[in-house]
Ligand binder design. Sequence first.
Ligand code: ZN
Length: 280
Amino acid sequence: MQLFDTHAHVNFNAYKDDGEEVLRRCLANGMSVVNVGSQFSTSKRAVEYAHLFDDNAYAAVGIHPVHLKKGSFTHHDPGELTEEEIPTTGEKFEYEKYLKLAKDEKVVAIGEIGLDYHHFEEGDDIEFLKNLQKETLLEFIRLANDVQKPVMLHCWDGYDDLLEILEKYPVDKKGIVHSFIGSYKTANKFIQLGYMIGMNGIVTYGDSYDRLIKEIELKDIVIETDCPYLTPRPLERGIRNEPLFVKEVAQKIADVKGISIEEVAQITSQNAKRILILSS
Ligand SMILES: [Zn+2]
């Protein structure tokens, strides 16, 4: 069974002791994985990791919108019991720096980039931060079009603004709306624009997303872990997520759609290869 984790963070500190081993383990199982950067340092590490392996390990490079603000934000992982204070660096987009990474043959997408209106905290200048997020997103869209690669989009509480931007400033190669948590109606608007919907452990936490899974066709879905976060059920709460666990996301989609996990694995892997412009 061929599984494709389209959004992982084995390049993050949670794997500083065993990242290479975690990647080796999933690749040995015939998987493919995209490690996604959230700032320059983790983007660079994602590219370095991808080069450790011949095939099936890829990278995406970008700045997560929460990292545009300097300070920290409180991360509550729906799959975990605890809250975590994550420091943010106040990064700025620098074209030449990111162009160099973006051109790398192992880089299959520009991201994660996007809009996050969920993690604003008291005292934040919200209008300023929203504008900064939008402007940075536009810079990255320009970069994606310059290198003719798709985008890996993060969006929390900002789907309407994101849709407006993608309509006005189209990405030539489209991309993935990762960790999608909107309605199927919103999902359809992205699908009409040519985007794939990324599903992860969140869809395994109860039945809130069963309708979304049912309403969207398999040809428009890719799967991901977003590890180390969002460990899918029925795995134990609190354990560190890893790319191999993406099969639980595939299983959930198979159960809800009433099809086999093999079919889900095969079609979502094909979808990933198509949108990320990889030969199969
Ligand atoms: Zn992520």
